[in-house]
Design a protein around this ligand. Structure first.
Ligand code: IMP
Length: 212
């Protein structure tokens, strides 16, 4: 059985503003105070893992053991079928430019890679993709619980919408008409990879926690 979360304070071990906001929104129904790793001056460890879960675990453990508080970390990304799962765990790095992260640049890079792949093929390459999110909850004693969520979809071009963050403007969830970039935050939260992982986390670790 998974370890239950019974504390009242939790570090959100992420330095990504978009993720911090989404995780805080997902946690609002629980009586738990969240604090960002940034606010505690915790360093961001290097993401050396080969899977989403390995990276989420190393981020959660680094914060929990350093600060002596439970910590929740997210590692997520976009896996494109035509690109054999890239950018995947390197989704943030694909948007890296000499002056910082630029997701317009990252989205163009994905579209160019798909076009390049298409140029060597006679039939249309699939535009299917999924967002994947690993959530790890770690305690200061080194115990960790991890969950992985996904949402299936296709990639549109050009980009659509200004909501959300990262690759949201090119991701059209399966069966929908709006990209994640066009959806209201609540609509994205109802179906996202992060919400899927979060539901699993709540069922395993937060069942006894007081809901607001
Ligand atoms: P990391 O988990 O910090 O390595 O970064 C994952 C990257 O994947 C983010 O910087 C985003 O570019 C992308 N990503 C993860 N989740 C989402 C999402 O919900 N929407 C859009 N992009 C996302």
């Amino acid at each position: 059985m998974a370890r239950r979360f019974s504390e009242d304070k939790l570090i959100v071990a992420s330095h990504n503003k978009g993720k911090l906001v989404e995780i805080a929104e997902l946690l609002t129904r629980f009586d738990v105070e969240t604090v960002g790793a940034d606010e505690l001056g915790l360093p961001e460890p290097e993401e050396t893992g080969k899977t989403f879960i390995a990276n989420a675990e190393l981020k959660a453990l680094a914060s929990a053991t350093k600060a002596g508080l439970p910590a929740l970390a997210d590692d997520s990304g976009l896996a494109v079928d035509a690109l054999d799962g890239a950018p995947g765990i390197y989704s943030a790095r694909w948007a890296q430019t000499p002056t910082g992260r630029d997701f317009d640049f990252g989205m163009h890079k994905i579209e160019m890679a798909i076009s390049q792949k298409q140029s060597g093929e006679t039939s249309p390459v699939p535009r299917t993709a999924r967002f994947v999110c690993a959530l790890s909850l770690a305690w200061p004693d080194g115990h960790v619980e991890s969950f992985e969520g996904t949402v299936e979809g296709t990639l549109v071009w050009p980009m659509r919408g200004k909501n959300g963050f990262g690759y949201d403007p090119i991701f059209l969830p399966l069966g929908g008409d709006l990209t994640f970039g066009e959806m209201a935050p609540e609509a994205k939260h109802a179906m996202s990879h992060r919400a899927d992982a979060f539901t699993q986390l709540v069922e395993a670790c937060f069942v006894d926690h007081i809901a607001r």
